[in-house]
Design a protein around this ligand. Sequence first.
Ligand SMILES: Nc1ncnc2c1ncn2[C@@H]1O[C@H](COP(=O)(O)OP(=O)(O)OP(=O)(O)O)[C@@H](O)[C@H]1O
Ligand SMILES: [Mg+2]
Length: 273
Amino acid sequence: MAGTGTAHLRDADNDDLLLTVRNLVVEYDTGRAGKVHAVSDISFDVKRGETLGVVGESGCGKSTVAKAVMQLPQPTSGEVKFKGDDLAAMSPRELRSARRTLQMIFQDPISSLNPLRKVRHIVAEGLDVAGGRSRAEKQAMVDDILSVVGLDPDVAGDRRPHEFSGGQCQRISIARAMVVEPELVICDEPVSALDVSVQAQILNLLEDMKERYGLTLLFIAHDLAVVKNVSDRVMVMYLGKVCEVASPDLLYAEPLHPYTEALLSAIPEPDPM
Ligand SMILES: Nc1ncnc2c1ncn2[C@@H]1O[C@H](COP(=O)(O)OP(=O)(O)OP(=O)(O)O)[C@@H](O)[C@H]1O
Ligand SMILES: [Mg+2]
């Protein structure tokens, strides 16, 4: 199935589906340079508890899809249904409330954190927006989640992002996303900026979180090797379209699309010598 294929789609009325995206189109207007067709009519869905990996080369539209799901900004056209409700049709207030259960973790851990704020305030941001909790309750939740992601709240809480390594900053980003108890977390290349050894730690932490909180993940990477290990299904994108969607094992064993084959052949073989 290539381009605008629909064979991978499941029945949109299926209650198990947490996210259904249909005929998503995103164009960027660049003024005199014309329109960029970043995402051209793509459809996919994510079941509750599933991890959908999204791979494809730089510029193929992965981050654009992620942002369109968050409605940041709204897509040009198409439908994004989260728990059965169309996010594009929501009022700003409804959208704010829906976004609480829909969180995003970004590629660059350091620049995605406000450098001026202390870690405990950064992690508490989502709770502040949600309202309805006392300061003590929020502090207890922040301390709790910082411990879960492997940071000592007494030491880390009062520091600012520049005092941490890239891997530690990504732990802070994960804590910030998790503290509001989201149902769907979109991870946009969460380990691409990290050393290989730290990558494994962060991937393990995400897997841990998924199990502990029963999360559903949209996991974006440009590296098939990373996506293979964490995904239940993998969607391969090329030039703003979907090439194919399959389980990672099937994708490896029998890639249907020549582009998937090219991506697979780019994975280095371990050399025992
Ligand atoms: N704000 C923008 N204005 C104009 N064009 C944009 C904008 N954001 C992205 N694009 C273009 O849209 C296309 C898709 O970009 P996108 O960032 O979604 O790719 P990506 O797959 O996430 O790439 P990477 O792996 O490098 O993060 C690219 O051609 C990019 O240049
Ligand atoms: Mg990107």
